[in-house]
Each structure stands twice: as C-alpha cells, then as structure tokens.
Design a protein around this ligand. Structure first.
Ligand SMILES: C[S@@+](CC[C@H](N)C(=O)[O-])C[C@H]1O[C@@H](n2cnc3c(N)ncnc32)[C@H](O)[C@@H]1O
Length: 268
C-alpha cells in the first residue's frame, strides 16, 4: 500500500468523520441518484462519506471499495451501527478493480485523487466501470484555497509543509483546481465543476469546531513530526504557525476554503 500523508490512526479516522459530517450538506446535497442505481464508491476509507451517500440514496445499491482492510473494517462497523443495509464493502485497488466493465450507473470518488501519484490513470481506470451514459462524481479540496483572518505567514508556512510532504510521497493537495482538465482528459463527457466554498465565522460555531479546528487545523497539525523530521520548518516557527491557525477559530477569526465537485458522463 502506498504511504498516506495523514496516516491511518484513530485520530485521522475521527478527523475524516468530522470532515464528512461537517461538510455533508455543502458537498452532498446534490449527491442524489435514482432509486435502484448501482453506485461504486472508490476509496471509501472508514466510510465517512459512505454514510452520507447511503443516507441520501436509501434505494441505491452501493459498492464501496478501499485498498486498506483496516479502514474497511471501520467502515463496516460505522454502517452497521447506523442500520444501513444498502452498502457492500470490498477490498480492492481502484486501479485494478475486480468488476466486469459497464457494471455501475455512477462512480463516486472523494478525497482520494489527491493521494495518488497518477490521478489521471485512476480516472481512466474508473471510466470502463460505468454503463454508457453513467456518471462520475469526484470531490477534492485544494490547500491553496485556504485564506483566513488574522492572516499569518507562519500559518502559511505550516500549510506549505503539508503540501510539500504530500507531494514528496506522490500526492497533490492542490488538485481541486485541476479536476476539470483531469476529467476531460480521462475521457469523460459533459464535464462540469462546482466550487464549494466553506466560509467560517463566529456566527457558525458548528463550522468553527467542525471545519476550522477539527478538519483543517487538525489535518495540518497532524504532519508536525514529518515536517520537522524533513527539516521543512523549525519547531518554533511550526508552533507559531499552528497557534495562528488555531487563532482563526477564536473570537473574531474567519476561515475560507474551497472544495471542488466535478462531474462527468461516460460516452453513450
Ligand atoms: C483521505 S482517505 C478518503 C476516504 C473517504 N473517501 C473520505 O472522504 O472520508 C483516502 C482513501 O483512499 C484509499 N486509497 C488510496 N489509494 C487507493 C487505491 N489505489 N485503491 C483503493 N483505495 C485507495 C486510502 O486507503 C484511503 O482510505
């Protein structure tokens, strides 16, 4: 299995769930497919998005795959705990899926392409899974889209450490802005990208906690040891940057971040 910059520990599993729950309406209000649709979720992780996908599509048939057996076990528990019955999990590499071609009406891939060395290859590998006229949804963030008040050079340096570490293991955390050309060049038709901006201020304590603190700042703070080990930053600058990121979640702070939701259609 390839290294994954955020790791597979319990803190990261909780962060993925916080992220999914906080962003569910913003990202998934339109993740709705016809009853009976067969949906393939590629890279489901601990099932954080699966829960929302299944919740919004109770009459769809969902197959969720991931390369990590541990994550799949957590995903299965999460689904069982909610009494969800329309999801089947399977361990598989999305680059070499064990399904016959043209099996699915829809492919759903969320926060996965950013971790792959060749996201175009992944999108090309997913295309034959779709029936003619079937659709894909790809959702990604873009760490270059983060801006906040109070502004901070030190915080910016911490974010750049994460971007650099992810790039060093073959990922790309600036991928959101690339979804349109990626989908188009992979062979999808009618490609459209919808930017989804999270804006957080004191009037939204749920987002202050769920997004600024528990999703974004937690994600950056999580690579502290890797950033210091790689000498990308000195410890004092790191602590200052993380403190400044946390400051944006205190009274008077604000935070903006943009996700990108791309859709495309397989040729008829
Ligand atoms: C950031 S997690 C996102 C999980 C989930 N989609 C979510 O949004 O919470 C990325 C997931 O992609 C999985 N992954 C990475 N490469 C994969 C591959 N080649 N095939 C299947 N899954 C893969 C990882 O194991 C991990 O669970």
């Amino acid at each position: 299995m390839r290294p994954y910059v955020h790791g597979y520990d319990n803190i990261e599993s909780g962060r993925l769930r916080d992220q999914a729950d906080t962003l569910a309406d913003l990202l998934h209000h339109d993740s709705v497919y016809p009853p009976g649709a067969h949906i393939l979720e590629a890279g489901c992780g601990v099932g954080a998005q699966t829960i929302h996908l299944a919740g919004r599509n109770p009459h769809a048939v969902i197959t969720s795959v991931d390369i990590s057996a541990d994550s799949l076990a957590q995903a299965q528990s999460a689904i069982d705990a909610r009494g969800i019955r329309n999801v089947t999990f399977q361990q598989a590499d999305l680059l070499h899926l064990p399904f016959e071609t043209q099996r699915f009406d829809h492919v759903f891939v969320c926060f996965v392409l950013e971790h792959l060395p060749d996201p175009a290859q992944a999108l090309r590998a997913l295309l034959p899974m779709l029936k003619p006229g079937g659709t894909i949804t790809a959702i990604e963030g873009d760490h270059g889209s983060a801006y906040y008040h109070p502004a901070s050079e030190a915080a910016q340096r911490c974010i750049k450490c994460l971007v650099e570490l992810q790039a060093r293991i073959g990922g790309d955390s600036l991928i959101g802005r690339q979804l349109y050309p990626l989908l188009l060049n992979a062979g999808y038709r009618q490609v459209a990208v919808s930017p989804r901006m999270v804006y957080v201020d004191d009037s939204r304590p749920d987002l202050v906690q769920g997004f600024t603190r528990n999703t974004f700042t937690a994600m950056v703070a999580g690579v502290r040891d890797q950033a210091l080990a790689a000498s990308l930053i000195d410890p004092a600058s790191w602590e200052r940057g993380i403190a400044d990121l946390r400051r944006t979640a205190d009274g008077g702070g604000t935070f903006c971040y943009t996700f990108f939701k791309g859709t495309g259609v397989a040729a008829e």
